[in-house]
Design a protein around this ligand. Sequence first.
Ligand code: ADP
Ligand code: ZN
Ligand code: ZN
Length: 733
Amino acid sequence: MSAPATSGLIRVVLPIPLRQEFDYLSELPLPAIGCRVMVSFGNSSQVALVVGHPEQASVAVHKLKPIQTVLDPRPVLTAQDMGLLDWAVQYYLHAAGEVYFQALPTLLRKGEAADYKTISYWHNCAPGASGQALSPQAHKQRQALELLAQSPLTPGELEVRGITAGVLKGLADKGLAEKREQLPAPADWRRDYAVNEDDKPRLNTEQALAVSCIHQASGFSPFLLEGVTGSGKTEVYLQAMEPVLRQGRQVLVLVPEIGLTPQTIARFQHRFKVPIVTLHSGLSERERLDAWLACRDGSAAVVIGTRSALLTPFAELGLILIDEEHDASFKQQDGFRYHARDLAMLRARRLAIPIVLGSATPAFESLHNAHSGKYRHLLLRQRPGAATIAQHLLLDSKHVQLHAGLSPQLIQLMEGELSQGNQVMLFLNRRGYAPALLCHDCGWLADCERCDAHYTWHRGKARLHCHHCDHQRPVPRQCPRCGGRQLLGTGLGTEQVELALAALFPQYNTVRIDRDNTRRKGSFQQHLAGIREGRYQILLGTQMLAKGHHFPDVTLVALLDVDAALFASDFRATERFAQLYIQVAGRAGRASKPGRVVLQSHHPDHALLQDLANQGYDHFARTALKERQQAGLPPFSYQALFRVQAPQSEPCQYFLQALVEQLKPLLPAELLCAGPFSAQMEKKAGQFRHQLLLQADNRRQLAIAARQALALIDTIPQARKVRWSLDIDPTEL
Ligand code: ADP
Ligand code: ZN
Ligand code: ZN
């Protein structure tokens, strides 16, 4: 008779880029699936996540190592969360460990306990005897004891009531009060739930229809809410949330990286008397863990966050809203390259809840799904109040004398608006003084050694800066090739336009908004406040200015130089350009002040511009979608991209060549296998980059091909000389 077993097998994943799980021995009872354990791996200790309790080990039993410790008494991720992540692993064919650990805040990845931070609370040590031992002069101390007799308070809460640290120390010295560390007591928001009806507007017909469709939805129900900026989408979100919160269920609001502003948060906070947490990259590790815990245990009612918030566990999620759903920041572009919109859709389906994608310029994927009936299409065509749609003008830049990119006609239009006390917004998606520095004598161009790119000249800082690898150097005094001293900037950047504006419009103030000018913490918010208060009349900026902000006194918006976008080779470039154009245009005007949008181009007859200016985004999108269909491009087909990089070009090419040779014979004839070809910018940050594209009409076929390729890669010796990754549904080639 064998002794009863005292240990068993667990299967874990580790936060490493290997597509592999590992088995360890653990004492009984085994840690549950979703718990973290410490294990030895290689020469170090690692935090690992339990994903299974296998019957049979994947290696010989004598090779199994015991785990070191169990970190969690109960799972940090529930079966529901694990199911979503496992689906993501299968879909994106990414290393499971990296996927699972992406869903954990950094402190949990480091092995910290999954608990809130304890907080110091002052307690009254002798309730009842409040202050008898105090002299009559100790007025403040007496007041403090009375407050503490009601409930323990934090030092901050006491301070706002006028009780200083000195007063508390006096009480502590007398043994009347003491400070204790404890977990914050979570209040249940469900009992106090209330809607602030203060400035809740009466919905217009389209809004009311949208809200009632969402309210009536039961089970998984995807919506596309399409409406120009200012058409009242946010108001629809707010009212759509009401019954969900009333039922005590949580709401997740995903916003683009740049869209999470204090104003956005304030709007939600103002409407609902519930705890709202935000999840974004600006949080400290501790704040992030606390917010994560509040989602998971249900003490947060509303969670507003950027891309990664989608992976956070929720106690009881009832609704997902994605604002500016077309925004590129929802796709992660390194490591685990997921698309938060796609995973959100899956999450809503698994939970059988409604999901609303909102945008003025929906992604083609979403439009296609709306056209084909997979999503319910909700349209907001008017702006609340009077409906005025901006007038669009295309100005021909050919043969006209431009002053720092401004044509005389544009300058005249600007003068007209400014003299009436209106604001003008100029959009140029290039920061710095000039996108290149050129020797007038020999034609030499200042190029980054590490990228296939010119340095941008930042004249104010007297630096050359590569915007692709971040490398910087001083501006040379002389041409390194011919010794010439006439070094000129070519092309236009925001810094140059700003200088020109100061000379052209000395009586008006210009604010420049780009990454250079908003680096200091809080400066972006200060600029925005200055615009709203009317301190600036001319607003000049990159796409930072184009997104998420509404400037009601802007009556003229001009896009200075968009020609490059018209001739980009990437098939998504026109979609991106159209979105940007409409977003920028949407900044202009409110009902009482109709707006005008000016587009300067050397190609004013370009079909894309004509279509956008005269027919609008929807028309453009329908035409462009037809073209995509004819060309067999996404969303009418599906793509997977193998990306390869190395310090030299050849190993990348050899590796991909070997892969293609072995893969091609396995693929069905109708599956497209294109490449190897070099990335649009072959060399970036010292790395040469090459790619292989797979494209198929159905996802299953594509997934099979991608899996076959992954299996082959393990057998190709050149794989060790390069770094490679797989991008499913790539958005950038
Ligand atoms: P979007 O999110 O589409 O840009 P918002 O919801 O922010 O639009 O609405 C734009 C402005 O119009 C806001 O100031 C909002 O308070 C206001 N608004 C929205 N809906 C209405 C309405 N039905 N009646 C009056 N004002 C409204
Ligand atoms: Zn020269
Ligand atoms: Zn560079």
